[in-house]
Design a binder for this molecule. Structure first.
Ligand code: G6Q
Length: 540
């Protein structure tokens, strides 16, 4: 493949950027009354208005040409066909199969994976129904009312985000908690008020070897045995989700409560696999199926919609536009929905672990920027903290703003306030306020420079009718495929995560140095040695 920066469209985009980079959104809108309509599209139950971006028709044309020249559609089709596009791990990338309807055929290594997926899904449904109905009872004969998911990274962020997002759809008589951090405080806080006789732990770990998860699972077992007595209680109070079923059995989990998945599901792409077991118990099988249908609707949109009307493709290309041509470093994710409080954190992993790479698929060092830093908080809270920098800071920060037309709460009037703020912020970011406008309003000469809001700050506006299981699935798939698009343009492997390995290896070396009674011989750098000594001294 030709190096990215040498492709004709890349060169054309660079020249085009030089020509339009200073044009204000005020002018773009004033000169073009059809802009909002032309730069708005719908798909998979979502609406995207991308007109408040610093783009023209020519920008979109060139970005689409770039996607064409970089073979994004071909790579997408290879993913959907089960080809091993995760080349560094030699794996297929088939989260899209997790939501493929029964009867679809997707073949990996000669076997159709779809029937197996539906078999696990059915086992999850049976288990979730027994729990929700009270048919599944604990060691002392009491029904399970508390579910604690133990997992980290991709085995945690999705389940917690989905639970929070879909709480209004959940069984409110049950309690759901999430333990991820190896800091024992996480486990203690999650369980301090729980009755062990009514508690089920779900150990969610693709590998069943992750330090944090295995440590917390052992803590949970000790907590349970201390409260309920015999080891036999473990079988009644634990379930597991893993690709490593023998390890889960060795832990003492009843094989009937173990749910499998496959190596072609990446951790950060797994919330719709059995990793979503806690989600299904919370919201029930029908809602979980609706969520899968939402994912699938966006998959189909991404797979079949023409490029110019393809939401994930355009969203991904706009990230390329800002990252590589405007040189922006971050993207703000601003959901105007309290239920989406953990959505920015979820996207942070999805984006940054997938596209935080500096080596291309041929093993060469990139000569362009790849994945941006992703961060965010729900509106309107963010407006009272970091939006100041978005409006008047020296950096350009493109933001995705997300809203829902119908409220999830009974406070309908408050929803108008929420949405008014959402629209107002996008308007203020785009158009700002000039010195002349301020003077007309009577602003003093002294204050005017401080109060000028430059505008020309780009946003994407993503709207859905309501936040529900289907739109949540669609929203997650939108970003999965946007991340895919970016990775395809940058020619990186968006599905490995080698960068997290070194820290794990070094921690394993340090653990015995902290544990040992006798002063260890330390052979790290001077700083690390001193920190270890200080810790050992102060801990004692
Ligand atoms: C995700 C990553 C990572 C992973 C966790 C947990 O894509 O691979 O976040 O999910 O390290 O791994 P296990 O599920 O194997 O415990």
């Amino acid at each position: 493949m030709t190096a990215l920066t040498a492709t004709p469209s890349w060169q054309a985009l660079a020249a085009h950027h030089a020509r339009i980079k200073d044009i204000h959104l005020r002018k773009l809108f004033a000169d073009d009354p059809g802009r909002a309509e032309r730069f708005s599209i719908e798909g998979g139950g979502l609406f995207l208005d991308y007109s408040k971006n610093r783009i023209t028709d020519e920008t979109v044309r060139l970005l689409l040409q770039l996607a064409e020249e970089r073979g994004v559609a071909k790579r997408r089709d290879a993913m959907f066909a089960g080809e091993k596009i995760n080349t560094t791990e030699r794996r297929a990338v088939l989260h899209v199969a997790l939501r493929a309807p029964r009867g679809t055929h997707i073949v990996v290594d000669g076997a159709d994976v779809v029937p197996e997926i539906h078999k696990v899904l059915q086992a999850m449904v049976d288990f979730a129904m027994r729990l929700r109905s009270g048919a599944f009872i604990g060691h002392t004969g009491r029904r399970i009312r508390n579910v604690v998911n133990i997992g980290i990274g991709g085995s945690y962020l999705g389940p917690e985000m989905a639970y929070r997002a879909l709480r209004p759809f959940s069984d409110r008589s049950m309690t759901f908690r999430f333990v991820s951090n190896v800091d024992g405080a996480d486990f203690s806080e999650a369980t301090w008020d729980l009755d062990a006789t009514e508690t089920l732990f779900i150990v969610s770990s693709k590998t069943f070897t992750t330090l944090e998860t295995m440590t917390n699972a052992a803590t949970a077992r000790a907590w349970l045995v201390q409260k309920l007595g015999p080891d036999a209680a473990v079988a009644k109070h634990f379930a597991a989700v893993s690709t490593n079923i023998p390890a889960a059995i060795t832990f003492g989990i009843d094989p009937a409560n173990i749910f499998g998945f496959w190596d072609w599901v990446g951790g950060r792409y797994s919330m719709d696999s059995a990793i979503g077991l806690s989600t299904m118990i919370a919201v029930g099988a029908d809602n979980f199926r609706d969520m899968l249908a939402g994912f699938h609707a966006m998959d189909e949109h991404f797979r079949t919609a023409p490029a110019a009307f393809n939401l994930p493709l355009l969203l991904g290309l706009l990230t390329i536009w800002y990252t590589n041509f405007f040189g922006t470093q971050t993207i703000g994710i601003l959901p105007y929905a309290a239920h989406l409080a953990r959505f920015p954190a979820y996207l942070q992993q999805l984006q940054m672990e997938s596209n935080g790479k500096h080596i291309d698929l041929d093993g060469c060092v990139l000569d362009y920027q790849s994945g941006p830093i992703v961060w965010g908080e729900p509106g309107t809270d963010g407006q009272h903290s970091f939006y100041q920098l978005l409006h008047q800071g020296t950096r350009l920060v493109p933001c995705d703003m997300i809203g829902f037309c119908r409220p999830l709460s009974q406070q309908v009037a408050q929803h108008d306030l929420l949405m008014a703020n959402l629209f107002a912020q996008a308007e203020a970011l785009a158009f700002g306020k000039t010195a002349d406008e301020l003077r007309v309003e009577g602003c003093s000469d002294h204050q005017t420079p401080f109060r000028v809001t430059e505008g020309n700050r780009p946003t994407n506006m993503i709207l859905a009718e309501a936040l529900n299981p289907a739109t949540l699935g669609s929203l997650v798939a939108l970003y999965e495929h946007s991340v895919f698009t970016q990775g395809a343009i940058w020619a990186i492997d968006s599905f490995d995560q080698w960068g997290v390995e070194l820290g794990k290896v070094l921690a394993n070396r340090i653990i015995p140095e902290l544990n040992r009674d006798a002063e260890p011989v330390l052979a790290h750098d001077a700083s690390t040695n001193a920190l270890i000594r200080r810790y050992r001294k102060q801990r004692a």
